[in-house]
Ligand binder design. Structure first.
Ligand SMILES: Cc1cc2nc3c(=O)[nH]c(=O)nc-3n(C[C@H](O)[C@H](O)[C@H](O)COP(=O)(O)OP(=O)(O)OC[C@H]3O[C@@H](n4cnc5c(N)ncnc54)[C@H](O)[C@@H]3O)c2cc1C
Length: 447
């Protein structure tokens, strides 16, 4: 017979959702998985976060009881939901507060969405780089990485976290920064959610000061479609182009192969700043990287790139993605990418330009390994074909230095080992022993 859950503490009674609740369907899922939790807590404050953790930890002492934390619900690994356990949902803890406009200090609760952050900061001409999708959550991204459309100017999202509040499995509250528990602070910036739940982050935003532009946070966004026959030659030219231009440029490609064996490349180039002669020259060069079949160019505010979607999350996304981080794409790897583009079940191969500000930080600045990587190679397939695609990706994976954990649907132990270098993993392991010795936080990538 199924065991009943113990009585909830008073603080959680009004924010708990059980399977029989009409709201259950709306709060059970991540973008990639329909969860079957026994209970969902829609936390509204830090006290409820603490009480939810200690309540679940007590149950877990004597029984199997998975615990997940969900913010934006867009984690590719779908670990933010589970079956037969608790989901702690922070989406109601979504306040965004500019603490010091001139210095660009911003406090953001973990449940906020990045589109809302961009919109809120626009008025103060502040910007924090997140990802390319506005519905992803602050919590998931700010503990794991954050490769945004201005990555090469700004660095990773975790590179601009200057403080955070963490609740550990024993219910303790830790206010973290470079001076207070610096080792744990190092670990939450790239180590994921394996030490506790971060309720809020302090960020160092970028302060934009423009003179001529009609936009508060100006960007130029160029899209180009190329048709190419020489993938190696094209990727070499693209790599040299972004690397030798300016940190103001970030570029993302999506490759597909047609029945006639030609490869199409959908390119999005992001120039962070006004449309200066330098911007025009760099973007004009992009038109010579391959055979251009279509192009657009538009100036806009950074925030306008992120539509206000707030889409319902129902677990129906069938995509499966994986990636690897490389310093270059040699001919043999370009040939493997071509093979990967062959099957019809492959949605596409994505290349992201890295480097710039991301590589300026010291190797041990935070728990992100592989600072020297210059390109991320990712692919997307239908989940039903994940195993076939894994085999095709293997040679590329083996060539890569490591992976971006939050951009991978593969939850295997082997994949977890690729997220951190040995040195970073050893430091994270020590933190795990101190702050989560009972392994309460298992719905994560663990060292
Ligand atoms: C359509 C789409 C586009 C994307 N584009 C980008 C992109 O451009 N750049 C990029 O870098 N990534 C991108 N991602 C990846 C995504 O940003 C990461 O997977 C991120 O972790 C999702 O955060 P979330 O809060 O929405 O996820 P959730 O599913 O809510 O959480 C994911 C995991 O993060 C951890 N976590 C979440 N909140 C907390 C917290 N408060 N404390 C501790 N741990 C926590 C938990 O382990 C949780 O299982 C994209 C994902 C999707 C689906």
């Amino acid at each position: 017979m199924e065991k009943k859950l113990p009585e909830l503490p008073h603080s959680l009674k009004d924010v708990a959702v059980f399977p029989e609740d009409p709201r259950y369907d709306d709060v059970r899922s991540n973008d990639y998985k329909v969860g079957q939790p026994k209970i969902v807590i829609l936390a509204e404050n830090e006290e409820q976060v603490r009480d939810a953790i200690t309540y679940a930890a007590k149950i877990k002492q004597g029984a199997e009881f998975p615990f997940s934390v969900r913010c934006g619900g867009h984690g590719l690994s779908a670990t933010s939901v589970n079956d037969q356990g608790m989901i702690l949902d922070l989406s109601r803890m979504n306040q965004i507060q500019v603490i010091d406009k001139e210095k660009g200090i911003v406090k953001i609760q973990a449940g906020a969405l990045w589109s809302d952050v961009a919109t809120k900061l626009l008025a103060d001409q502040l910007v924090i780089s997140s990802g390319d999708h506005g519905d992803t959550g602050v919590g998931g991204l700010a503990v794991s990485g954050g490769m945004g459309i201005i990555l090469r100017s700004f660095g990773l999202t975790i590179d601009r976290v200057i403080g955070g509040t963490l609740i550990t499995a024993d219910g303790e509250r830790h206010e973290l920064d470079d001076l207070n528990e610096p080792e744990l602070f190092w670990g939450i910036r790239g180590g994921g959610g394996q030490f506790g739940v971060v309720t809020e982050f302090l960020f160092q935003a970028d302060k934009v000061t423009t003179t001529d532009s009609e936009f508060s946070i100006p960007m130029v966004i160029q899209t180009i479609n190329y048709t190419i026959t020489d993938l190696y030659g094209f990727t070499q030219a693209w790599h040299a182009w972004f690397k030798n231009s300016s940190n103001k440029l970030t570029s993302i490609l999506l490759l597909n192969k047609g029945a006639d064996q030609t490869i199409t490349v959908q390119t999005r180039n992001f120039w962070y700043g006004e449309e200066t002669p330098e911007a025009r020259a760099v973007l004009a060069e992009a038109l010579h990287l391959g055979n251009v079949s279509a192009k657009t160019e538009v100036a806009m505010n950074y925030a306008d790139f992120f539509p206000d979607e707030h889409a319902r999350i129902d677990g129906k996304n069938t995509a499966f993605g994986k990636n690897t981080l490389v310093t270059d794409i040699p001919q043999a790897i370009a040939a493997e990418m071509e093979k990967l583009l062959e099957p019809p079940f492959v949605y596409g191969v994505e290349l992201r330009a890295l480097g710039g500000a991301m590589n300026d930080k010291a190797a041990d600045f935070n728990a992100w390994s592989f600072r020297e990587a210059e390109i991320m190679i990712a692919y997307w397939v239908n989940q039903a074909h994940a195993d076939e695609a894994l085999r095709l990706f293997q040679p590329i994976q083996e060539f890569g230095q490591g992976i971006y954990g939050a951009y991978s649907s593969d939850t295997s132990t082997a994949e977890n080992l690729r997220v951190w270098s040995n040195q970073t993993a050893a430091r994270l392991k020590k933190l795990k022993q101190v702050y989560d010795p009972m392994h309460f936080f298992t719905q994560n990538r663990e060292v």
